[in-house]
Design a binder for this molecule. Structure first.
Ligand code: C2E
Ligand code: MG
Ligand code: MG
Length: 714
């Protein structure tokens, strides 16, 4: 029979009686059964052990004298097993045998009973014994649960008894927080000796407060032993019935993990994970605070909004992980530039990451707008060196828009909005550019936006047309080609010149589909002229800086050549220097690819932008188009005479042909002919012509050219 079957029969408590005397076992069994217990009996220690281990009795009644192993030995053996420590063991001894009583207790007995046993009395004692054992077991279990809970919660406590000036610390508090009871020398300072020294004053203040006013106070502070951990500390004064504080009780909770999480949340809320820079929210806060100060002290401040040019393309072509690394390096470069500027005495310079490829810098105090310009220049210079990612060199440029308080805006919103407007202006340039905000910008950007949407519509409505300006062979005056020039005929506004819409188209990206249309149309027209029986004519097409670097530009040109059927030798692509000087190595590669399509290449407006001779040699180009500004007032303007003749000489040395633009008078013509310039275009010969007129001019043939009298010998 095991314990569970016994219990199933009855809820009664089970008593194991161990005695070698059968009569005693018999009496015991009867008395105990009558007393409401269940009973098992054993005549010796061996059998008792078997029963004990299988049935786990609630109490053992054990005779001291047993054959073999005696009662005391059995008692000791039972007690040696930890799970049996709580079971009450009552040892039956001879009356007045004090020595046995002593030895019984030493062996771990809970109590003793004198023989002969008075069973009615013993029943009472047994019930009492079992109850107290139950209570103490419950207490013990509760305590264990409490300690486990404290450990899980990271909770410790201390108590200071004012009466007697005793200090007590929980086991866990010592273990977790390094609190040491021994160090308590009775002083209040030593009471809190475990507090981080810097935080001690505030904890002392709280202690003084609860001593003085009673109640509880809570605070967070660090610990001396583990200064990186933070605890939440609640001090409570316990008062007696007269209101006098008798004890102070402290509970400490380890909140380090929570603090770390809070810090992380705070970090993520105010910092950008990728670059480690403050983020937009942080920046706006800083700007608001700086504005407060600037208003109070009547100072100026500046907001510099930085946008990386063409960054989207980098992400698209090289992937986001390269993009991310570039952003992080930009952040580093900008930060370095700003640190140095502390020497300028500019306060509050903070680079922040604003949006994807945008950064923003706050110059918290500037004396004049020039201060902002100086910083902006350093920031653009920081982009000069190419970035190297995975062994490839990448050139980035930055557009910076600057707005200044109070001139360009009184509040955060306006300053940001206006620096953004300025930045948009700066973006129109091929290289890094800095732009201060001006009042007209908002008006301009509104107009630009309206123009942009009208332009989109115009493209659909086919409101764009091409005009053609003949290029003249300077030897015989024949038409050597024609430049296709874009015109917009708006049904309401009429004629719109490229200077008025191309910059907007470039900024918005609309130039890409528009430029594509120009290429298609120019090639189509060239073939239409041939179909009408005219000899093949070289057409020049202007290609924007925005369009040329497009990934599929070269293949698109190939496609257009194929679809139109044009002989590529009769297609000339005009590019400006500034387009080529950005990311030069890549551009040289693009030019070579383009050349492979069989087209010729021209550098347009030559001399107006910076270009290095070094590179010029490496560009696979065919023509240099001298900008018309160098022909102004020739031959009177000696400077222009020198420049033009140098450019022509240079081109000849490089084996390039020269086309002079903007020839308006015969003096210029004579000069160019004398210099050996090959071709020219200009109002002296013809303005850009609408299709019908250009066709008529071509059909008229050489003999009917209006300018034939300039070439009398031919
Ligand atoms: P560009 O490529 O340098 O074109 C020459 C410009 O000079 C044309 O202005 C032409 O009308 C003007 N011009 C020609 N001869 C003379 C002259 O003797 N005197 C003066 N004062 N001007 C002369 P237009 O047509 O207004 O075009 C201006 C610019 O717009 C072009 O300069 C070119 O950069 C751009 N553009 C025109 N069509 C397109 C196009 O289809 N695509 C792109 N991307 N840009 C274009
Ligand atoms: Mg041109
Ligand atoms: Mg030009």
């Amino acid at each position: 029979m095991d314990r569970s079957t016994l219990e199933n029969q009855t809820d009664k408590l089970l008593i194991l009686v161990v005695d070698d005397e059968p009569s005693l076992r018999h009496v015991a069994e009867e008395s105990l059964l009558r007393g409401g217990f269940s009973v098992m009996t054993a005549p010796d220690a061996e059998q008792a052990l078997v029963l004990f281990r299988t049935l786990s009795p609630d109490l053992v009644l054990l005779d001291i004298c047993l054959p073999g192993m005696d009662g005391l030995e059995l008692c000791r053996l039972l007690r040696s097993e930890p799970r049996n420590r709580e079971v009450p063991i009552l040892i039956m001894t001879g009356t007045g045998d004090l020595e046995s009583i002593d030895r019984s207790y030493e062996a771990g007995a809970t109590d003793f009973a004198n023989k002969p046993i008075s069973w009615p009395l013993l029943l009472h004692r047994l019930r009492y014994l079992i109850r107290t054992t139950g209570l103490s077991r419950e207490l013990q279990e509760n305590q264990e649960r409490l300690v486990a809970a404290e450990r899980i919660a990271g909770l410790g406590w201390w108590e200071w008894h004012l009466t007697g000036n005793r200090f007590q610390v929980s086991e866990l508090a010592r273990e977790l927080f390094g609190l040491d009871q021994v160090a308590f020398d009775g002083s209040r300072r030593s009471l809190l000796s475990w507090v981080y020294p810097e935080d001690m004053p505030k904890v002392q203040t709280c202690l003084a407060q609860v001593l003085d006013q009673g109640g509880s106070v809570e605070l967070d502070h660090r610990l001396k032993e583990h200064c990186s951990s933070v605890v939440h500390h609640r001090l409570t004064a316990i008062v007696d019935e007269t209101g006098v504080v008798t004890r102070v009780f402290g509970i400490i909770l380890d909140i380090s993990a929570r603090k770390v999480a809070e810090e992380r949340i705070k970090y993520l809320a105010f910092y950008d994970d990728l670059t480690g820079l403050p983020n937009r929210h942080y920046f706006i806060r800083q700007l608001e605070m700086a504005l407060e100060l600037a208003r109070r002290w009547q100072k100026s401040l500046a907001v510099l909004l930085l946008g990386l040019n063409n960054f989207k393309k980098i992400n698209d072509t090289l992937g986001h992980s390269v993009g991310d690394r570039l952003l992080a390096e930009c952040a580093e470069r900008f930060t370095l530039q700003l640190r140095k500027s502390d020497q300028l005495g500019l306060q509050g310079e903070t680079p922040s990451r604003f949006n994807g490829d945008e950064f923003v810098v706050l110059l918290g105090e500037i004396r004049e707008a020039q201060d902002a310009l100086r910083v902006a220049r350093r920031l653009t210079a920081a982009m000069d060196a190419p970035f190297v990612v995975d062994g490839q060199s990448i050139v980035l440029s930055v557009s910076i828009g600057i707005s200044v308080f109070p001139e360009n805006g009184e509040n955060t919103e306006l300053l940001l909005q206006n620096s953004d407007a300025a930045r948009n202006y700066a973006k129109g340039h091929a290289t890094s550019h800095i732009q201060f905000y001006t009042q007209s910008m908002n008006e301009d950007s509104r107009r630009a936006l309206a123009l942009e949407s009208r332009m989109r519509q115009a493209l659909v409505n086919q409101e764009f047309v091409l005009y053609y300006q003949p290029k003249i062979d300077l030897v015989d005056g024949s038409i050597s080609g024609a430049e296709a020039l874009l015109r917009w005929i708006d049904p309401v506004e009429g004629f719109i010149m490229p200077g008025d819409f191309i910059p907007v188209a470039e900024r918005s990206g609309l130039i890409v589909p528009l430029g594509d249309w120009v290429l298609v149309e120019a090639c189509r027209q060239s073939m239409a002229w041939q179909a009408a029986g005219l000899p093949p004519l070289k057409v020049s097409v202007n290609v924007s800086g925005r369009q040329f670097p497009e990934e599929n530009f070269v293949s698109r040109v190939g496609e257009i050549i194929e679809q139109s059927g044009i002989d590529p030798r009769f297609l000339d692509i005009e590019l400006t220097e500034s387009v080529l000087m950005q990311d030069v190595e890549k551009r040289i590669e693009n030019l070579h690819d383009l050349k492979k399509q069989g087209v010729t290449l021209s550098i347009d407006d030559f001399g107006t932008a910076y270009s290095s001779l070094n590179y010029l040699v490496r560009f696979p180009i065919d023509y240099l188009k001298v900008d018309r500004s160098f022909l102004v007032d020739i031959p009177v303007n000696r400077g222009n005479v020198t420049i033009s003749s140098s450019i022509i000489g240079l081109a000849k040395n490089l084996g390039l042909k020269v086309v002079a633009e903007g020839v308006e008078n015969v003096d210029q013509l004579a000069f160019l002919q004398a210099q050996g310039c090959e071709e020219c275009q200009g109002f002296l010969f013809s303005r850009p012509l609408p299709l019908v007129e250009m066709t008529a001019l071509l059909q008229g043939g050489q003999a009917r050219l209006p300018w034939r009298h300039f070439f009398p010998g031919t």
